[in-house]
Every structure is written in C-alpha cells, then in structure tokens.
Ligand binder design. Sequence first.
Ligand SMILES: [Zn+2]
Length: 669
Amino acid sequence: MRAAWLLLALAPLAAAQAEPPPLLPPAQGESIANAVSGSLALRAVRTLSQHHRMRGSAGYRAATEAIRDRLTEYGLEGVEIISLPADGRIFYGTQRSRPGWNARFAELWEGPRRIASWAEQPISLAQDSVSGRADADLIDVGAGTAASDYADRDVRGKLVLTSSQPGEIAALAIGTHGAAGIISWAQNQRTAWWGDDDTLVRWGHLDTFAAHPTFAFMVSPARARGWQERLRRGETVHLRAQVDAGQAPSAYLIPTAIVPGRRRDREIVYSCHLDHPSPGANDNASGCAGILEVARTLQRLVRSGALPQPERTIRFIWPAEIEGTIALLNARPEYARRTLATIHLDMIGGNSEVTKSVLRVHGSPPSLPSFVSDVGFTFARYVNAQSLLFADTGAADHPLIDPEGDRRALQAEIGGFNQGSDHEVWAEGSWRVPVIYIADWPDRTIHTQRDLPDNLDPTKMRRAIFIAAASGWYLANLGREPDDQIRLWREMRAGAIARGADTARRAEALRAAGASEEEVANLWTRYRESELRIGLSLQRVFDGVSLTVLGELPRLIDAISPVASGPRRIAGTIYRRARSDGPMNGFGYSWFDDHLARAGLTRPRLLARTADGPGPGFGYEALNLVDGRLSVGEIRDELAVTVGAAPVEEVAEYLDVLARLGVIAAVER
Ligand SMILES: [Zn+2]
C-alpha cells in the first residue's frame, strides 16, 4: 500500500524535475554518470583474480602488467611500473622492505587423498612458507600459542594442527619444540556470519622475518574437525607434505598513470591495493578494477571533449597494501607533496545478498578535518537517493544500474573514518593528505577461497566508481567555475549542521550517562575546532586565496554550538613530529614494536585500549595529533571525543615513549 502511494506521489515529481549529480556543472556530472561501467570493471576483476598476488611474486607482477597494458590501451599518459627494491634490508621510512615470496609447488596428502594443492588452490599454502618435506603424524596442539599446549605432547618431527594463524605459533612449535611443519584452520574476521561456513579456507601468514622459517598449509574447520575426532578416538592421522617455496630479493611494483592537468604540480590520486591471494575478487581486485574504470572513463571523456582538460593532474596508483604505499611515499617524496587528496578504493563490489556487505564512504581521520570528506559524502548521498528512488518507483535520472547488475538501492553508510587500508597511510601525521575511502564491510568471504568474482554486483561497482570518479573530477577542477565556491559552501554548511546535530545528540547521551558539564563543553569545543579546520582545509587547494566560506563559517558555528569558544587549556608537554616517514605499524613489520624491544621499553598502556566506536585507534590518532601546537592535555581531550576517554597519564606515557624512540620531540616553550 505504501509503495502505491509513493508511486503516485513521486512519479510526476521525478519526471518533472531532472536531478543531475551535485556540485559539478550538470553536463559534466551527467557525462561521468553515463560513461562509467560496472560490467567493464567486473571483467577486469575476473582477469586480476586469476593471479595469486603476493607482494614481490610472479603473480603480482602479472597483475601489474595486466593493469599497465590496459592503461596503455586506454591512452593514459605517463604509464609506467615503478619498481622499488625490496630485499628485507632496505627501509622505506618506517617500513622494512619485505623480500618477494614465491611458491613453485606445494601439496599435502593423506594416503591416496590429496588434501591441498598450491596449483589448484594457492590460498592453501601460508604466505612466507619455505621449502620442506614431512612424512609424519599430525598432532593437535589447539591454539598452540601457550607452552601448556605442548605439555605431554611430543611434536618433534611431527606436523602440528592449530586453530591459530601459523605465524603466531611458529616460534613455539618449530623453534622450541621442533615440529616439522604447521597445518592451520584459522578462521575469518569475526562478523555476524562468523563460523557459518565451515568449508572456508583462510589466507594464512608466517612471519616474514621469522627466526625459525617453516611451511604451513591452510585447511577448513570442517577438515580440521574431522581429524580432531579421529585423533580423539585414538586413531593416527598420517600426512605427507612437500613444499617448494621461499623468499628472494624482489621489488615493490606499482603501476601508475595520469590524466595530465593544466597544473602538473598539483595532483588528485586514486589508490587501491593490488596484492592479496587469488581469487581475492572483492578484496581487492574490485577496488583495483574500480580505479582502472575511473581512469578509462575520465581519459575517454577528456579526449572526446565531453570534459575539459582538468585543472590539476589526476593520478592512478596500484601498490601492495600499506607497505607499497609507505615505500612509495618515502622513495618518491613528490607524491605526498603534490597530492591534494587521495581517493582509496578497497572492496567496492560485494553483492550484499551474498557477501552481506554494506558499502561505506568514509572521510579523513578526526585529526585531519577536511572539506574533501564532504565532497565524497555529497556524491554518495546523491547515489543513495537516486538508487532508492529508482528501487521505489522504477524511475530516476541516474540510478546507475548496470545492464548485468542488480536494481537494489545502494544504501551506503556515509561519514566517519575507519582504519584498515592504505588511506590511513596517506592521512597519517607524516603526510596528512586528506582522503575519501570507499569500502565494503563486512564480507563473509574475505581472505578465503570464496572471495569470487561471481559474488560481485556490477551495479554496486558502477555506483562506487561513480562516487569516486565524480569526487576526484570535482577536486581536480575545484575553483575553475565561478559558482564552485557557492556550491561547495552549501554542502559544507549542510555538513556542519548535520555534525552539529550529531554533537547535540552525543551531548545529551553524555549527560544522561552522568558526564560532567566540562566533558560536554569539551565535545562542543572539539566540534567548533573541527568545523573551522574543515573551512581552513580549503586553503590547501586554493593556495591561500581568501574565501567567502572562511568569513561565513565562524558565524554558522556560533549559531549551532551552545558553548562559546574559550581560551586554550595548555596542559603538559607540547610535542612536534621529529620524523615524518610513516606510521608506527607497516605491513609484516612494526617499526614501533621493533624499536620498543630494542630500547627495552615496556609497551604503553594506551595501546591496549580499545576505541569506543568503529573509528581510529588510540595509537594512530594520538600520534597524528602531535603537531607542534597541541599539549598532552589537549590531545587527551581530543581523543576523548574522537576515540575514547583515556587517562591523561596514559596519553603522556605513550607520547613519552615515542619521544624516547625519536619519533617526536618536545617543543621548547
Ligand atoms: Zn583490502
């Protein structure tokens, strides 16, 4: 009944009022909406997913070449594959380079039955496995992470079965107790669907820099339970394993290309991560194919004259997750220097009925308030509205349906910030490049053999690609059209009002939970500062030109906030960043943990704290807030609003450890 009413009410309205995409000149927005294709992107996913894309491997190289060839075919400029040596000794800032890892053969047999085969299912061999053989009984060590797991069990020369990731038990099982190899049934990230499918084989990892190299096979929980039952009955399980694999000096390969702008010294970057086990369709062949489709679309539209040459250069990169980005930003400092914003795509296509995913459109971390987030959110809201209108009525101007895809409404989650991919490197305090992050969560097939291209919906891909393409195009041209400032200001104003409403709700929740008025005031103080910094972030793009926005924003904030701006409350040391060459944790290597151990310091308590919400973690954001201006007390106040309430002593302790490690230094006052 409701649907019929909506049809009557909305259909004439939809027909009467064309609704082109926001922010952009209407013809430009419509050109982009009409040109992006989900099917084409899905075809690229199918190609990429055939390669086992381990960093520095032959499969990864094949994927980079497939990307490069497509970029050349599409006619992009500056097509190259950047090659940065990776041998385990070279450091790129805080990332210790990891040597390449290749497997040539790996099989696991029980009697006449083949249990696992590298050739058939490469995910069944844990990454960083080394060559070896075993013809041995299987011993179940449970989690295998505690000494007690090995009491009364002789695992010497045997294969051990574990529910943990192989890397977590290698030192004990192999180093201390002399096992011959590891069989792991470690499972997926915990979500509502966790444990439903006991046939999933998960991506396994060994420590790249392990003192006791070994090999490990990954099996499903169903397989492991079968063995466990037989072992409990007193049967022996005898397996034969053979592995030919290992590390060797290699390189981080990063395909790149540009759509050149009139200004070459300012860039908008599209990023993704090209590595991951095959098939790895949603994670992350989808994001890689997504930015490839953005490249094809924008290049074609510029060449045909439907879009003008962009004001700023638009660049595309395909690095290995986190480590490739840290390596790139250190080896080629101009990348961070000239980049005004990075749009990062990681998992953009999961068919929500299959993967159970919800598309998220996130912005920069709270420590880096930026109008760039509002740009991404504006296009995402448009696609949400258009796709819902179409789902409700069968008519909308730009529902962005792919001919081979679904017609469901997108229902993307818009706003906030989440860690978990390369965007957190760009936005980290070393570089502070604002980001838009488009990503699915959850995906019940992530990092398993079932992350298949068939799980993807080309309509969803088309919509995510449109949000990315329109946002980047807008950012590459912002300031060119006379109305740009007005259009942007309207969106920023709406964003400020919406965040003000969120803040008001949080303030009431705090009061209801018995918080002091001081804490409530702190909430509003952070709101005011964050909104003002969003306005100021425009200067980075407009190169210091004075803006009407900057005059209007303070008045708007005064009208929204019930708490007036007060004097700063400097409390404790003020630190500045002493080294700006990457986050404390890279991939497969933690600079922080390594240097903490060398210095013989205890792990700061703040790092054991879990954040109140899904946003950034304490360690990441506390360091990001070190800017040569904020004192320890102010950083605590900021964290209380954006991450969670922590005692100021814990914040001071963490920053003191960072200072001892030379990451930050006290500012003389
Ligand atoms: Zn990913």
